[in-house]
Write a protein of this length. Sequence first.
Length: 316
Amino acid sequence: MSKRKTAVVTGGAGFLGSHLCDKLLANDISVICVDNLLTGSLQNISHLFGNDHFKFIKHDVTNFTHIPGDVDFVLHFASPASPIDYLELPIQTLKVGSLGTHKALGLAKDKNAVFLLASTSEVYGDPEIHPQPEDYWGNVNPVGPRGVYDEAKRFAEAMTMAYNRFHHVDTRIARIFNTYGPRMRLDDGRALPAFVSQALTGKNITVFGDGTQTRSFCYVDDLIDGIFKLLMSDETNPINIGNPAEITIAEFAEEIIRITGSKSRIVFKPLPVDDPKVRQPDIKKAQELLGWEPRISREEGLKTTIEFFKKQLAIS
């Protein structure tokens, strides 16, 4: 009988990290969740506390991280990830992308573990190529307000590849595009939770800019399935994981109003600095190398997510 494997998930109490913990446990992998709860929440992982194969450690991964025993996988998901968070926590965002990635890679090296970095579509910045393939280098403003997140993740990718080439650590890089689903924070500042909370409470829906900018939304179960397939592959180059179904922000706001049955109206406000005009993943590599593509329609995913937000708002 083979020994059960163990994964360390940094940021495991966050939105994506907690779903990843669920996925690993469902595949008979023990999980050590490491999170300082800066933007994560114990509520996201409370259902796992009775599981003998799950352990939570409150710790800031920008500091030295010691985990006793064998570790087979290190998945680095720790980071503020929404504009509201990283604009309020710029230094912490830069530190977890640089120092945190360094410490997590050091742990993987010490344990001879597979390392997976949760990178982001934000490495492409405000792209001049559409949709965005993995070999596009991006168009990022390093000194703009969003640079703290964009450059932290770009540095994290460079550090990951340096450990792969110099220390021969077995690494993976997932470039994650807009993801949504249960356990998102209503106040995290991203379009989807903002629109849904405004629609459910009858407030005006705030669209920044003229609403013609586009986004592509991937349901969390699809995203986590793609991450797991990447982890189990031998692909070291960055892979886009996201849903290529593109929609304008104005159309998306109208879709939320329709699904919620809200009487909210759309109001327009100035576009934030360096806000990307388009965002759509080219997922050919994920399809060819991982046999992965999203399966859950936006309508189906939104209905599940809206039900979750209704409970958060105590709306029947």
